[in-house]
Design a protein. Sequence first.
Length: 311
Amino acid sequence: MTVEFASRLPLSRNELDRDAEFRTTDDLEQVLRADPATRYLPVRGGEMLRNADGTLRFVTAAEVPDGTTTLYLGRAVADAPDAPAGTRFVAALVDPATAASIEADDAAWESLRMFGTELSARDQGLAVEAVAMANWHAVHGFSPRTGSPTDVVTGGWVRRDPEGHEHFPRTDAAIIVGVVDADDRILLGSNAAWDADRYSLLAGFVEPGESLEDAVRREVFEESGVHVEEPEYLGSQPWPFPASLMVGFRARALDGDPTTARPDGVEILDVRWFSREEIRERAGDTLLLPGKTSIARAIIEEWYGGPLDLP
């Protein structure tokens, strides 16, 4: 079941060879620009151009001005109507002027959060990789060791400062848990930053020196006062908003735990157990659940027994 669940996770599908060896090619940017088959994916912050049919809009090298930060994403491993196998893809981190110059009436800038589930496996892989890398570059213009400006090298996968220190992209691991009780109800919490009727699974970042399983036990107890046992891995989802890897689990509340739970009162303002019947009756009305793009929604639907007819 875990393999089947993981294969369905939005933003986790991929048909791309990241082609790491090719990143070290001499004059890589010029080599890519000289190949007329290279496709460029414009990225404006966390947004990409989306065609009217829902696909990603790619452009040619001629539409990307010299000096634009570009990131080599990899090459296609399968034929597609818009590009054969072997086609190389590059993200172009465009400024407002360049973004305006490539806009079209049949395409619009949209956030990956909003349409990630609708992309092909290849384009999901490209989009998630591009947004995650764009977010990293946005905050690593200077060396954390020396404060000196850094240069982009190795196809965008390294930033190097004048002293020769190299800095690499980082991903923050976070666990997210579907906790159920003896009556097979699911535990959901409402975050302090959300509307009062919005609920999701409990989640949190893995701390240094901590295993994923220990993070599950700690985060659930800190946020809800519930002790859990038997954390079971379900699947993982890259979440490049800005740089997380969501590691999904399910777990069972320990026997003897009270049927009610208490929020921590700081990050989580309310926690409660929901039955399938209550989810069915309230979801989308007096109960707002995570969007389709998230692993939280996928775990809830896996427990529920099927898809929920909600945005």
